[in-house]
Design a protein around this ligand. Structure first.
Ligand SMILES: C[S@@+](CC[C@H](N)C(=O)[O-])C[C@H]1O[C@@H](n2cnc3c(N)ncnc32)[C@H](O)[C@@H]1O
Length: 303
């Protein structure tokens, strides 16, 4: 069945595009292969409305041309635009606050004690969007350990979308985006950017490394990570893809390491052999999984 509408009909800037089942199948297959996105038939209308904007911007008159574009070897940039159009970057400071409470009260104190004696601490914000999540991790860390940047304590912040990663690295937010930030964090870690907006200060930036990483591909990280935050990302993936992701995270956690996921996500599959519930959408690695848990590298090794 052809989903949407008559032949290309450009009137006053609005356009209807032919969108066939075959077009939808090409987009769904590509989105799944490259990014793990699970686009069921029920999402056809959403796919149409999100991508029609791209067709308009690109001056294309039909979805078949768009499909050719994303399937072409040189279509990598448009494939990324497609991902951005099909997913959201919604995030805010201290989103799902209970995770930061667990971090502050349970996870970080023993780790920071070890760090003060030369130990290594690594946190990972996987799917960090515009940066509010890793900066919230940094503020939590620095509240407990103002000297963290001088120790072997680091946060890795990654996202598949290079454009949103630039925003994260820039670390400049408008007043509305800072609303979720407690006053103490605002006064300690944020400075006026001079244009009515606000910039994350050097102290918090110093403990974060940003990098592009597609969770569907090989990960250029070694771990182990003492805590992994991957929240509101796996929601886009199908169950088998999610299960693989949880196992890959589990392999990068030491025994005792913590995994925090989004409010509508649940760990399932083989990873449950070693990840035990430890709070709301929080899991703790209780035992090495199939093989040895990752060994701790020597101090000062990269993320
Ligand atoms: C809704 S935001 C979540 C941001 C933050 N984790 C939070 O909970 O507030 C989802 C993010 O996941 C990223 N994403 C989607 N698919 C991804 C993939 N295959 N690999 C890495 N990141 C992905 C998107 O680019 C987006 O920035």
């Amino acid at each position: 069945m052809t989903l949407a509408v008559s032949a290309a009909n450009l009137v006053g800037g609005s356009a209807n595009y032919v969108f066939t089942d075959a077009d939808f199948a090409v987009i769904a297959r590509r989105a799944h292969k490259d990014f793990g996105l699970h686009l069921t038939e029920a999402k056809k209308d959403l796919v149409y409305s999100r991508l029609a904007k791209r067709l308009r911007q690109l001056g294309l008159t039909d979805f078949t041309s768009y499909c050719q574009m994303i399937e072409a070897p040189e279509g990598a940039e448009e494939r990324m635009q497609m991902l951005s159009a099909l997913t959201t970057n919604v995030t805010h400071f201290f989103r799902e606050e209970h995770h930061f409470r667990i971090l502050r009260e349970q996870v970080l104190p023993p780790l920071l004690k070890a760090a003060r004696s030369g130990g290594r601490v690594r946190l990972w914000s996987a799917g960090c969007s515009a940066g509010q999540e890793p900066y919230s991790l940094a503020f939590t860390l620095l509240d407990l350990c103002p000297e963290a940047a001088q120790l072997d304590v680091r946060i890795l912040a990654t996202d598949v979308d290079p454009a949103i990663l630039v925003r994260a690295q820039t670390g400049v937010y408008d007043n509305d985006e800072l609303k979720a930030l407690p006053e103490s964090a605002r006064s300690h870690y944020v400075t006026p950017a001079g244009d009515g907006r606000f910039a994350i200060g050097a102290k918090a930036r110093a403990v974060i490394s940003f990098g592009a990483l597609n969770l569907m591909e090989d990960w250029p990280v070694r771990g182990p990570f003492d805590a992994i935050f991957c929240r509101n990302v796996a929601i886009y993936f199908d169950k088998p893809t999610q299960a693989r992701l949880w196992s890959r995270f589990a392999d990068l956690l030491p025994v005792g390491g913590t995994l925090c996921i989004g409010h509508s996500e649940r760990v399932a599959g083989p990873a449950l052999n070693c990840l035990e519930p430890a709070g709301v959408t929080t899991y703790r690695k209780s035992t090495a999984r199939f093989a040895e848990s990752p060994t701790r590298p020597t101090e000062g090794t990269p993320l």
